[in-house]
Design a protein around this ligand. Structure first.
Ligand SMILES: Cc1ncc(COP(=O)(O)O)c(C=O)c1O
Length: 235
């Protein structure tokens, strides 16, 4: 975040922080989602806490908050309900979803403790597997909350993440690919963006990285089953 914050300060920009899956994560001890003028979270079911669908926008700017509330609710004017001075959407969260979200929020620490235990268990089991880069438990600025357990295959293995995921799938083990780089997105290329540009780190990660099963309900026996499959695949 430090380079982003420096850029924002230097150019006098507003910062929109996409903290979709970073709830419970900190950067230099400060919660992710507390850096932006606007910070956004996703409560999609694969996140630490869920409301089924939907999410949350945080801001401490009253004007931005009022704008967000308006956009969420068809931009009704406070005084004139069916007169719209700008376009809005129906992005309202129901009370039932919000109640679920509050109950989930109360358990965030418990969920993160569980994810950290799962992350440590995977690392313990996969540490000796050749050709595999594992996620770090901590860096100088953050301690991993293991939203998902991502692994990266080394090039020398001779097969990519797609092939590894196919082989694991044949053993009944579900995985997910890493994000695909923006500059290789057909929709953006079709708009004439990123022509001739290369970003080798993103390209390599997209092709060699994937996530192991990471749901909160995963048992130790299931983690061992995944680790055994990985050892057979790569060993
Ligand atoms: C970084 C990031 N931003 C945005 C989103 C989108 O969130 P949603 O599906 O709740 O709109 C995701 C979803 O995983 C994400 O990972």
């Amino acid at each position: 975040m430090d380079p982003v914050l420096a850029l924002v300060a230097h150019h006098g920009l507003k910062l929109i922080e996409d903290a979709a899956e970073a709830i419970g994560q900190t950067y230099r001890g400060r919660p992710c989602g507390s850096f932006g003028d606007l910070s956004t979270f996703s409560f999609y079911p694969n996140k630490h806490i869920t409301t089924g669908e939907g999410g949350m926008v945080l801001t401490d700017d009253d004007d931005l908050a009022a704008t967000c509330r308006g956009l969420r609710n068809l931009c009704f004017q406070p005084g004139k309900r069916f007169v719209h001075e700008r376009l809005g959407w129906n992005l309202r969260m129901t009370n039932l979803q919000a109640a679920l979200g509050l109950a989930q929020l109360e358990r965030l620490d418990e969920f993160i403790a569980r994810k950290r235990a799962m992350g440590a268990a995977y690392t313990e089991r996969l540490r000796e597997v050749p050709g595999l880069q594992l996620p770090l438990a901590a860096t100088d600025t953050a301690e991993n909350v293991y939203w998902v357990y991502g692994v990266v295959l080394e090039e020398a293995l001779g097969f990519d993440a797609e092939e590894a995921m196919r082989r694991l799938g044949a053993l009944g083990i579900g995985t997910r690919p890493f994000f695909w780089p923006m500059h290789e997105q057909p929709v953006l290329r079709g708009m004439g963006l990123f022509v001739g540009e290369e970003y080798p780190v993103a390209e390599e990660l997209a092709r060699r990285g994937f996530y192991l099963p990471s749901g909160l309900a995963l048992t130790e026996a299931q983690q061992e089953h995944v680790a055994t499959a990985m050892r057979e695949l790569l060993g």
